[in-house]
Design a protein around this ligand. Structure first.
Ligand code: DX5
Ligand code: ZN
Length: 230
């Protein structure tokens, strides 16, 4: 089953609680929270206090994407703030094995994200312990960038490896996901789609979620609204 995790980076931050609740009503099960420290990536977003404030107002799975230099140091804060999945970057300064252990020790799911330049093979030593692998399909730091189709072999290789090892690994793609790009990600093995501008940028969230899900069905490549011919 394909899951959609809308990135609040594209939401209206002045009414963030309402934005998250509107997205929840649109039928998604997760919400993607992009934390940036202005150091690991050249942009700042928000931190644990914002996540803590949202937590009582939503039943969604909080999918927290840490784009920060030293995730190990902050994992406890994000767990306490209400994260359900904590994803950190392989390129960060924290040791991946230790960081994964810490996240799981706090009873949370662990995700490992790879920047576009990082080869998929670098994730292999950690795959057995991970709940989720995140393939960045843009350079992390900003929403609204162009989808990098050349990341698809990375998605495919990770899915093949997970299948070979019999792992129930979620593979999330993050960046530039829209009705025109979702199907190829799914066909290559992704099962969780992050989308910011393609969802929060739209006036009707239910319609936007429905369209993205429809476009993501295998065989729907290139077909925005294929099943809606009149
Ligand atoms: C980029 C973030 C993404 C971003 C996606 O650094 O990790 O989650 O918000 O935004 P879109 O869907 O607009 O590319
Ligand atoms: Zn993200």
């Amino acid at each position: 089953m394909i899951k959609i995790s809308p990135s609040v980076l594209a939401a209206d931050f002045s009414v963030l609680r309402r934005e998250v609740q509107d997205m929840e009503r649109a039928g998604v099960s997760m919400i993607h929270l992009d934390v940036m420290d202005g150091h690991f990536v050249p942009n700042l977003s928000f931190g644990a206090p914002v996540i803590r404030s949202l937590r009582p107002h939503s039943g969604l799975v909080f999918d927290v994407h840490l784009m920060i230099s030293d995730p190990l140091r902050y994992v406890e804060d994000y767990a306490a703030a209400g994260a359900d999945i904590i994803t950190f970057h392989l390129e960060s300064d924290s040791g991946p094995a230790e960081t994964i252990r810490k996240i799981k020790g706090l009873g949370k799911k662990a995700g490992l994200a790879l920047k576009p330049a990082t080869p998929w093979q670098e994730a292999l030593p950690y795959l057995d312990e991970l709940d989720m692998a995140v393939v960045m399909t843009v350079e992390p730091g900003f929403g609204g960038q162009k989808f990098m189709a050349d990341m698809m072999p990375k998605v495919k290789a990770l899915r093949e490896e997970a299948v070979k090892r019999g792992l129930p690994l979620d593979i999330l793609v993050d960046g530039g996901i829209a009705p025109g790009t979702a199907a190829q990600a799914v066909e290559n093995g992704a099962n969780v789609l992050v989308a910011g501008s393609a969802l929060f940028g739209r006036p009707d969230y239910s319609a936007a979620v429905r369209e993205l899900l429809q476009a993501a069905q295998p065989g729907a490549a290139g077909g925005r609204g294929q099943t809606e011919k009149e």
